[in-house]
Design a protein around this ligand. Structure first.
Ligand code: IMP
Ligand code: MG
Length: 199
């Protein structure tokens, strides 16, 4: 049987850009265990629905629900934003709808990362119309200095600097989601978000 590759790698090279470790697998898993316990305490007597925002949140969602010792349900939907990432006025579009009925349910929106807050703002408005009993948001990562919209993130894994990160579900042009750790672009001056669909 092949051995599991050990991470973190010293660096991940993408073309001429270099990413270095920001959060190790151990740090991520430890924090998720704490978040899971917090959620368990907050949702006693309820069967919450965890709603993951595809694609980025799928790994976080899967590890998170294993750390929540409660009956729960899950669903996913997919958004896409287009436009120049440097102007925070991108439009958000629904690419895959939710299947479950959240009317009267306690829902927890699961995001990989909150950057400007545009996606979360859109999601909040969208789900408000669906009449959930309650709605909270959990994001593994938040870039507080990048926030441009007034959004409340109820559970935060880590606050990180406003630098581009990859791994653990987070992509760079759809790749590197399968890294076990999270890596950050080393040279801040070369940060450029790819002008592509972001999930
Ligand atoms: P927001 O709408 O500006 O808050 O951006 C949120 C979405 O952009 C996230 O769900 C990610 O898919 C993507 N995103 C933001 N920052 C990064 C990053 O550093 N790496 C990879 N994807 C990111
Ligand atoms: Mg996302």
């Amino acid at each position: 049987m092949p051995e599991l590759k050990k991470e973190p790698k010293e660096k991940v090279t993408v073309g001429d850009e270099v990413f270095i470790p920001l959060l190790t697998e151990d740090q991520i898993q430890k924090r998720i265990a704490e978040l899971g316990e917090e959620i368990r305490k907050d949702y006693q007597g309820s069967v919450p629905v965890f709603i993951g925002v595809l694609n980025g949140s799928f790994i976080f969602m899967s590890d998170l629900i294993k750390c929540v010792e409660l009956d729960c349900e899950i669903d996913f939907f997919k958004l896409s934003s287009y436009g120049d990432e440097k102007l925070s006025s991108g439009k958000v579009k629904m690419l895959k709808e939710l299947n479950c009925d959240v009317d009267g349910r306690d829902i927890i929106i699961v995001e990989d990362i909150v950057d400007s807050g545009l996606s979360i703002k859109y999601i909040e408005e969208l789900f408000d119309e669906k009449n959930p009993k309650s709605m909270k948001v959990i994001s593994l990562l938040v870039k507080p200095e990048s926030l441009k919209y007034n959004v409340k993130i109820d559970y935060i894994g880590f606050n990180i600097p406003s630098q581009f990160v990859i791994g653990y579900g987070l992509d760079y042009s759809q790749k590197y989601r399968n890294l076990r750790s999270i890596y950050v672009l080393r040279d801040e001056t070369s940060i450029e978000r790819p002008l592509q669909t972001k999930e």
